[in-house]
Ligand binder design. Structure first.
Ligand code: FES
Length: 478
């Protein structure tokens, strides 16, 4: 049924016999000792996403990425390359910068040592007062390894970690027909939540909850476990591929507008020809592929050029170990990234990126944060793209209630406030996940916590924990 090509290194993500069956203890969700082990043996060994290349287009542009005890600076060099440094002065360790910006050099706020973009010390006050010799030419900022994949910037604090492409394997090859670098990040919201970061690793490694927690999804993405494909990759990454059509078990009431019909109609498909719900789902799904293939050029969907027919409609949800999830669709991507609080194992931070392709052109040239693309218009399976008649602006419609303009945005760090701080996201799927966090945090602390009793479709949850155990035991996957 699903023709997205299976990569040879993939394990059956619905087969627990592929795994050891390690216990998933509850101390991992609240114990400081467990948190410290994760820092020493996992966070400092993996590749972490720091942002997007479009954030640092010009020499001197930099990103400050804070993670638990560390902070790194990712800076565009004069030759166009990217370097990363620990955010710690080479004199006596003062943190150099606090937030993203752009400058020709870094000046320490303590004693005014000055560093070039390449990390070298270029000036110090009282240079002749160093009996051991001037620090210029001797001292420099300590580097971290930086690399990119399709516009995403990653770094690692480990010298032993494999190269990024090897670490991500086979993800870059699997998504080679997409161009994530050409997408526009139209929403970038961060919240602090009262739950251990691994709640989201568990949550995004199963879709068992989605039919219940996200009732708006099955009308456009088939949530049935028997029609989906589950995959686990050798380095701890995993995904589910679901069909971009209505689930037959979750029918929209006859008196409601059906979102899948609206998608079909937007591609010129006559939905009145479908005699029943089954035909709407099955034949409509096939007709949608054909219509997209036939009409994409004239409608300006040039990003379909290299997509297979399956990629035009299907909905892979990709987990990248340890803390990234990507909902990849033909017209865009939702990227989720979550990471621990610096001191409290029962808190974490969560970033929501909503990204979409411009229609009728390329994101190239749209440029830096805040510059608009007035031509852009896209739609997603979570809601049909909607045009605001009042001002003729275009929107990325991840939520039906509050679509956002398709323009590059900066970080929007919200006070979650029990959900009251993100009212504009109340109909967004991640809000529905966020609302579970407080109950999960309290529940896993109970004396009544038991070893999880996992469905086959939750096998990836166990795979995540076993990969984590491998890191904690000093044996990361090769
Ligand atoms: Fe930075 Fe002294 S700690 S110049």
């Amino acid at each position: 049924m699903d023709k997205i090509v299976k990569h040879p290194s993939v394990l059956d993500g619905k087969n627990p016999s592929e795994l050891r069956g390690d216990s998933i203890t509850n101390d991992r969700y609240f114990c400081k000792d467990f948190m410290d082990k994760e820092w020493n043996h996992m966070w400092t060994k993996v590749w972490l996403i720091a942002g997007r290349e479009i954030q640092i287009e010009e020499p001197g542009d930099y990103i400050v990425h804070d993670l638990v005890k560390e902070s790194v600076i990712i800076v565009r060099q004069k030759d166009g390359s990217i370097k990363g440094f620990y955010n710690s002065c080479a004199h006596r360790g003062q943190r150099l910068v606090e937030c993203d910006s752009s400058q020709d050099s870094f000046r320490c706020p303590y004693h005014d040592w000055q560093f070039g973009l390449n990390g070298d010390v270029i000036s110090v006050p009282d240079e002749d007062d160093y009996p051991q010799g001037s620090p210029i030419g001797k001292r420099k900022l300590v580097e971290v390894r930086v690399d990119t994949w399709d516009g995403f910037i990653f770094y690692t604090m480990s010298d032993e970690a494999p190269d990024l492409m090897d670490y991500l394997d086979p993800i870059p090859e699997i998504y080679k027909n997409h161009n994530f670098k050409d997408q526009i990040r139209a929403q970038w919201v961060r919240v602090e939540l009262d739950v251990n970061w691994k709640f989201f690793c568990d949550n995004f490694n199963e879709s068992y909850h989605t039919r219940f927690v996200h009732p708006q999804v099955p009308s456009v993405i088939d949530q049935d476990h028997f029609t989906s494909r589950y995959e686990m990759f050798p380095k701890g990454h995993a995904r589910i591929i679901q069909m971009g059509r209505p689930s037959l078990r979750d029918r929209v009431n006859e008196d409601e507008d059906h979102p899948f019909k609206m998608i079909l109609e937007s591609w010129g498909v006559d939905v009145s020809k479908y005699p029943d719900y089954e035909t709407l789902s099955e034949q409509g799904w096939t007709d949608l592929k054909k219509a997209k293939r036939k009409l994409y050029k004239e409608k300006g969907y040039h990003h379909y050029e290299n997509l297979s027919d399956e990629e035009l409609t299907e909905s892979p949800f990709q987990f990248i170990f340890p803390n990234i999830a990507m909902g990849v669709q033909a017209d865009g991507c939702i990227l989720l990234n979550w990471f621990p609080h610096p001191t409290d194992p029962e808190k974490c931070f969560f970033d929501l990126w909503d990204m979409g392709y411009p229609i009728g052109g390329s994101a190239k040239g749209i440029g830096k944060t805040g510059r608009e693309n007035d031509q852009a218009f896209t739609s997603t399976s979570a809601g049909i793209g909607k045009k605001d008649e009042a001002n003729d602006q275009e929107f990325l419609s991840r939520t039906k209630v509050n679509p956002v303009k398709l323009q590059e945005v900066e970080l929007d760090f919200r006070d979650y406030d029990g959900g009251k701080g993100v009212k504009d996201l109340w109909d967004h799927v991640v809000y529905q996940d966020w609302q579970l966090t407080d109950g999960l945090r309290r529940g896993v602390r109970s004396k009544g916590y038991q070893e999880p009793y996992l469905a086959a479709q939750e096998t990836r949850v166990r795979y995540f924990h076993e990969t984590l155990h491998d890191y904690l035991n000093g044996k990361p996957p090769k």
